[in-house]
Design a binder for this molecule. Structure first.
Ligand code: FES
Length: 163
C-alpha cells in the first residue's frame, strides 16, 4: 500500500484493524483512527508528511486529511510538550475562579496558553469549554485525566508529578 513507508509497521497494523470496521470502499472512515495513531506514534503531533502518508494509505485526497487534522482539537500539527493541559473556563469553572487557575498555571510554567514549556514537559493547550465536571469546578484536564476542585496549592502538587 502507498503511504506505508512513512507510517510505522505498528501504525499500519492499528489502521488496518480500524479499516476492518468499514466497507472496503469506505477507507476514509478510518481517518480519525489513522491520524490518532500517526500522532501517537510521532510524540504527539502530526507532520505534513504523516498526514500525506495517512491520505495515501486510505486512498483519500490529502487536502481532506488536512481538513480533518485542523478541524479537531485533539490533533496537533506542530511539536508540543509531552503533557497536554486544558483548563476549563466555562461558566461553572469561571464562577469557581478559573481565571486565577489559568494565571497560576501560566505563572508556574512560565508560558502563556497555547505554548509549551522549553523543557518539553508541558503544553498549555487551551482554555476549554465545559468538560462536564461542573460540580467539581474549577477543573482542568491533563492528558485526558480530570483534575478537579483546583486550588493553586493543589495545582502545584499535580504538576510536580509529571516528568
Ligand atoms: S464549566 Fe467547567 S466543567 Fe463545566
Amino acid at each position: 500500500m502507498t503511504g506505508q513507508k512513512k507510517l510505522s509497521t505498528h501504525a499500519c497494523s492499528v489502521i488496518d484493524a480500524a479499516l476492518e470496521k468499514y466497507p472496503a470502499e469506505q477507507k476514509r472512515s478510518a481517518v480519525l483512527a489513522a491520524l490518532h495513531e500517526a500522532q501517537h506514534d510521532n510524540k504527539g503531533f502530526l507532520t505534513e508528511e504523516l498526514m500525506d502518508a495517512v491520505a495515501d494509505y486510505l486512498e483519500m485526497p490529502r487536502i481532506a486529511v488536512y481538513e480533518v487534522a485542523s478541524f479537531y482539537s485533539m490533533f496537533e500539527t506542530k511539536p508540543v510538550g509531552r503533557h497536554s493541559i486544558s483548563i476549563c473556563t466555562n461558566v461553572s469553572c469561571m464562577l469557581g475562579g478559573s481565571d486565577t487557575i489559568v494565571e497560576h498555571v501560566e505563572k508556574q510554567l512560565g508560558i502563556k496558553t497555547g505554548e509549551s514549556t522549553e523543557d518539553g514537559r508541558f503544553y498549555l493547550k487551551r482554555e476549554e469549554e465545559c468538560l462536564a465536571a461542573c460540580c467539581a469546578a474549577p477543573m482542568m484536564m491533563i492528558d485526558h485525566v480530570y483534575h478537579e476542585n483546583l486550588t493553586p496549592k493543589k495545582i502545584d502538587e499535580i504538576l510536580a508529578k509529571f516528568k
